[in-house]
Design a protein around this ligand. Sequence first.
Ligand SMILES: *Cc1c(COP(=O)(O)O)cnc(C)c1O
Length: 391
Amino acid sequence: MSSIDTQAIHAGRDDLRALGVHVPPIDLSTTYPITDVDSGGEAYEQITAGERGDGAATMVYQRLWNPNFDRFERAVAALEGAQEAVSFASGMAAWSAALLATVAAGKPHVVAVRPIYGGTDHLLATGLLGTQVTWATPETVAASITPATGLVVLETPANPTLDLLDIEAIAAQAGDVPVIVDNTFATPILQNPIRHGATLVVHSATKSIGGHGDLLGGVVASDSEWAVRLRSVRVLTGAVLHPKAAYDLHRGLQTLPVRVRAAQAGAQAVAAWLAAHPGVSRVFYPGLEDPSGLVGTQQRGPGSTMAFAVRGGYAAAATVASQCQLITHAVSLGGVDSLIQHPAAITHRPVPAEARPGADILRLSIGLEDPADLIADLDQALAAAARPLSA
Ligand SMILES: *Cc1c(COP(=O)(O)O)cnc(C)c1O
């Protein structure tokens, strides 16, 4: 099999030559012609049951099937080393489908290792979709499993502290219970959880895969059995990826390896500079400090997102975030431009106080700007935070 860089360029494009085109045509049809009632009915039944729609007599309707999301899914499956992938309108729609699929299978109990993305934490804590959650540490996963447990949920690197979890060790504790890993931060370029024992991998494609801050998307890579269940949830609940967004995400995968590596090199420089700054008490970045020892093995590089604690607590951190000029004060990550935000106040606001990141912590996603310019911006923002309030 070709390398991940080559697959990023070519995966999901096998049908183009036969079509006589160089890039995927965008199919915006919401409905598809039916030749006869019998074959149309059969196609409808198959696809709504979660079977693939590409071999059916008709794709019937865009909520059931679309060639652009199919191509994007094939490419993600190739990059993750998964049998299949199923796309959704957003990362949270992807998470919702996985949780609904486990509830539908009669296994509504979920064991989740904190910290995870604030939205996923909130969704699990509210039990909105009929799940019941037990919060675990990496050591208490096995003890938390019951006969009703349908999923073990984890995110590595964790959001926002960048702690790395040993997927193999947790999968061993989970035994027969499928492990689902949010791989948004690492991207398929730096980490492939299925190779380490995970059954499902979730991405908010809104982040690095899209990479330009202009679309929402989500995707779950899995075995074919789970893919059937996820597609049947998608057909019923309707959170499908728009074909144009699927086209853009598929194109985004082509530059993902170079974007990830370039942003990572910039992040390494910025993290080293922050660690030496007197206004910063701690930098959370596995490229500087990796107590897990997983960088270089499970995770092929430290990535481009970090967090740092500002001396002076909440007030100083809030000042740094709002004083940044080149770096945008905004949520999200993994794009071509750098973003900074305050997790405790914004993305992790719904998380209970005991599990919330510190008030002095900022999360920083490094883009593709010259790291020297990013450092200059952080320097003036940290200086503003250190200045005593003027009269
Ligand atoms: C953004 C994000 C999500 C949610 O994805 P959306 O596309 O915003 O719905 C889930 N997990 C992580 C780690 C994220 O960063």
